[in-house]
Design a protein. Structure first.
Length: 130
């Protein structure tokens, strides 16, 4: 498997875990959609791509898991990716002044998926599969 295929495989495995605990995913998704409808006047389309900025941290986690497979000395990169995702989420919530609750709910959904990606990537890096 090349790097891209391995990254896609890690993302797919994390997506399966995303629905392993359905209640959390459903609540976060309903919260994001509900707050999006409730705060639709505060959401500006010009700044909407910034809303997906925390997803770059998730991609960093996935590609670290794919690239540093079976190299335990790079396991700290998964933690760095988690911190990066959290910092980007805080920035997004700060940036969305008119719809902070919607930005927080969307960032929480991205962080929930990032947690699953970190779990799978850490297993890949440590080569210790459950």
């Amino acid at each position: 498997m090349n790097l891209t295929q391995k990254a896609i495989w890690i993302a797919e495995q994390a997506f399966d875990g995303f629905f392993y605990i359905d209640l959390v995913t459903i609540v976060l998704l309903a919260l994001a959609l509900g707050l999006g409808i409730y705060q639709r006047k505060g959401i500006k389309l010009k700044g909407s791509p910034v809303l997906l900025l925390p997803f770059t941290g998730v991609l960093f986690i996935v590609f670290c898991g794919a690239y540093f497979e079976k190299r335990i000395e790079y396991s700290w990169l998964v933690s760095f990716g988690c911190v990066l995702t959290i910092l980007l989420s805080v920035y997004v919530v700060w940036r969305f002044k008119g719809a902070r609750l919607f930005a927080a709910a969307t960032s929480s959904l991205i962080l929930w998926y990032g947690l699953w990606c970190a779990f799978i990537s850490a297993m890949s890096i440590a080569d210790d599969w459950i």
